[in-house]
Ligand binder design. Sequence first.
Ligand SMILES: Cc1cc2nc3c(=O)[nH]c(=O)nc-3n(C[C@H](O)[C@H](O)[C@H](O)COP(=O)(O)OP(=O)(O)OC[C@H]3O[C@@H](n4cnc5c(N)ncnc54)[C@H](O)[C@@H]3O)c2cc1C
Length: 543
Amino acid sequence: MAINTIYVTSVKKHQMDEIGFKISDDKDIIEKYLTDESSIIKGYADSVYYPYTEAHVNKIVRDANENKVRVTVSGGGTGITGSRVPLGGVVVSTEYMTQISTIGEDNWIEYREGGYTYVIKIGWDEEENTYYAVAPPGITLQTLDNILATRKLLYPPDPTEKMAFLGGTVATNASGSRSYYYGSTREYIRRLRIVLPTGETLDIKRGEYIIRNRVFRIESKIYGSIEIKLPKLKIPNVRKNAAGYYIKDNMDLIDLFIGSEGTLGVFTEIEVRLIPRPNIVIPLYIMFQSNEDSIDFVREMRMFEFKNVSNVHVLSLEYYDRYSVDFIRLRYGSIIPDDTSSIIYMEMDGDDEEILIEALQEIDDIIDYYRSNKVLASFDVDWIKLSSEIRHALPTGVNEFVRRHGTRKVATDIAVPDESFDEMLEYYRIIGDETGVQYVLFGHIGDNHLHFNFLPRDDNELKKAYTGYSKLLLKAVELGGTVSAEHGVGKKKCIVDGDEVPLLELMYGKDGLIELAKLKHSFDPNHILNIGNIIPEDYLEGI
Ligand SMILES: Cc1cc2nc3c(=O)[nH]c(=O)nc-3n(C[C@H](O)[C@H](O)[C@H](O)COP(=O)(O)OP(=O)(O)OC[C@H]3O[C@@H](n4cnc5c(N)ncnc54)[C@H](O)[C@@H]3O)c2cc1C
């Protein structure tokens, strides 16, 4: 039996003696870290720690482990599953972790923005034929993009919310509309430095540690040899998945940490693959009278290959149902024909305008064939700005709607395999009719990943929405899908037969979750790190 062994990097004494970090016990400051963008749960904590070096994190986590104090890591707080919300102990905010420390002699860049100084490194890997960046966990995606834009480089993962920290997006394996072409965060992570729940550091480079037979070993000078076994679970075969740990036969160890929602370690340095920035991206709104036509159009576009142009890609394929269109219409009614039932939003990149015009001509016949009633597309900068505002009209309208009714939206993040998408689509309609609660259905149709948002107007409808929500999740699982394609599961639960059930239990059952709890326990024997995420607290008790 092949067992892979990885050695932890010991913390050097002089690093421990570095200047200290800020700690706050101020209630008003702590309060800011007790929710995230979801507001699904309100947490509690004694203090907030603000490390700015890896050595600080080593010390904080090691002390917490020795004293059995809980630690919850906070990134940008833009998560929508309650995953950065603490359930006691201390919060470790990564907002001052804006500079990498292993920069070496050259290629590092200092950049100032918003009162912070960022230090990152950008390099070219001759062997892999790619650009890469080494970046700290506390850099926002917006700042990283600002730095890369000046060098005509791109870090493709884009979960819409640019204030998310790089560390948070790796912890949730974030993705977004352009993941249709680019894939999710996982595909861009080359190396991670991780502080384990025992306070020691691992440095993992993609390709260096392949786990054979689902068993490996971590060798630590302090804690000895720890054997880690991966459960025999089968993760769903979908285009996107962010629900629970990534576990497969012969997998790369780095993938276990990506998407682990901070439960297995704290990322202190992240090396990502970069690609050349596209010269031009054109956004298109393709409107349809018939919903079926819009779905068939997507099906055809997924198989479509450009014949007369090269280096043109369809980056995203997004869907808006008729109720979503109604919300967009509230602000942009004049540009949407009355008989529009659904809209497909598409982005294409290319080397120049001429090539993209040729590419548009190639797909023109398909657009006509499916009887589109209007197409909006232009290279004009005002249009590009407007097209992004049109897309934002939906979430803004939805949020205003639920706020006005004093309720909350109840939203799915389901993705299903290709062959099950039609059935899921029909089931969305059935549940929408059955609950009678207003809803919108929209999102990443190219990846079979739509967001069904119930918009309840009162408590009675909210109850119905929760029932419908659980039914949708169960259906997705029955079809071999995932309960979360991009947000992660965090501390989310649903109601099944009157009982609160953690989301992941729907996919793996109680036995599966016990296996995952054992995996977490082997990394975190004192159960201190990011408790409540992925595995609910009670599953860890008694292990
Ligand atoms: C308007 C809006 C739109 C969104 N759209 C999308 C979308 O399209 N796709 C998508 O994927 N998400 C989307 N999100 C959700 C959110 O932006 C992502 O989940 C993002 O990855 C969270 O990053 P963050 O830094 O804010 O993390 P936080 O919310 O602070 O934390 C998220 C998780 O990461 C952990 N974490 C943070 N930093 C570290 C670290 N250094 N080491 C280990 N663990 C860490 C936290 O403990 C927590 O478990 C959206 C959110 C909003 C508000």
